[in-house]
Design a protein around this ligand. Structure first.
Ligand code: 8YV
Length: 312
């Protein structure tokens, strides 16, 4: 008998196919009546395979009394109520490390695109303006600028490596100071004050909700750039929009938004922002590695072996 699992959202296609082959999978996202769907299957479901921002909360856990493990596709587990899982003795796993270099590539691409305005200059060419209006205006260089990393974990370290190769200086702030060669700032405002580019790489969730608001953006100032590859919730989005419109910061590079996939249309009109549709880890290779790890955690759990990447 294959173990029965619930899949929360339509995630990575290859991973979904393997999950459906290896387990008896119930697709919650296809249920017309979610409560009835859960009631019918609840007594047999032992695992949840979680994808994307779809919440896995205490209510869902209570609806599945035999639930033993929640295996997340992604390193960020802000959509899962970890305290509720812990309280109920439910294991939670994620997919760290396999995506670090890929997300760091996207992050440094976002820095390059934001400072050098490469998408805007390409649009200038495609519009025919190069010939009619002349060259695209001069932009900004990375070398010699300071990147302040808010959240220096494994992904932050991989971004630092790339930024150093571009001639940038690095400083950071974490809740707890690390043993790191990079200078430490005691709070996000001081980090922003000391940085030309503020790189947001913190986890999402309640503890970092709107950590980057008016005070941090004021400290970053009209010459400073914000880059966010973490979670939209970490930044006060309406305040950021206003600061970009009023040129109170120089620009922003955003891979994440508060209510994905809905991005406020006012962002589209900005010339000083580069916007990516949450593609940090979105390559064929990385998504396969993430799915393999998500599935391996489930396999190990059901084989009575320790999971590889436990969160709680
Ligand atoms: C994915 C991510 O976009 O790992 C994370 O935390 O945000 C990304 O890698 C996401 O998990 C896909 O569902």
């Amino acid at each position: 008998m294959k173990p029965e699992i619930v899949i929360t959202a339509r995630g990575h296609a290859g991973t979904l196919a393997t999950l459906q082959a290896d387990f008896t999978a119930h697709l919650l996202y296809e249920a017309a009546d979610r409560d009835a769907f859960l009631r019918e299957r609840a007594p047999r479901v032992r695992a949840v395979a979680a994808f994307g921002p779809t919440p896995v909360d205490g209510k869902l856990m209570d609806a599945l009394p035999k639930l033993e493990i929640i295996s997340n596709f992604g390193v960020g587990v802000d959509s899962i109520d970890l305290a509720a899982a812990k309280q109920r003795g439910i294991l939670v796993t994620n997919t760290p490390e396999v995506l670090d270099e890929c997300v760091a590539d996207t992050a440094i691409a976002l820095v390059l695109n934001t400072l050098k305005k490469l998408p805007q200059s390409e649009a200038h060419l495609r519009s025919g303006y190069w010939a009619t209006r002349g060259p695209y205006p001069l932009t900004a260089t990375l070398g010699g600028k300071t990147m302040g990393i808010l959240g220096l974990g494994r992904i932050g370290e991989a971004i630092a490596k790339r930024a150093l190769a571009c001639g940038m200086r690095i400083r950071y702030h974490n809740r707890n100071r690390k043993s790191s060669p990079f200078p430490y700032d005691p709070d996000p405002v001081t980090l922003a004050k000391n940085s030309d580019v503020l790189m947001v790489v913190t986890p999402g969730g309640a503890e970092t909700n709107r950590l980057v608001g008016a005070k941090v953006l004021d400290a970053l100032g009209p010459e400073g750039y914000l880059v966010n590859i973490a979670r939209g919730s970490v930044v006060d989005e309406p305040v950021l929009l206003r600061y970009l419109q009023e040129k109170r910061i120089a620009g922003a590079g955003l891979d994440v938004f508060a209510d994905e996939p809905n991005v406020p249309a006012e962002f589209f009109a900005l010339d000083n922002a580069v916007l990516f549709p949450h593609v940090g880890s979105a390559t064929v290779e990385t998504r396969k590695a993430m799915g393999d790890l998500q599935i391996e955690n489930l396999r190990r759990h059901f084989a009575g072996q320790p999971v590889l990447t436990r969160v709680v």
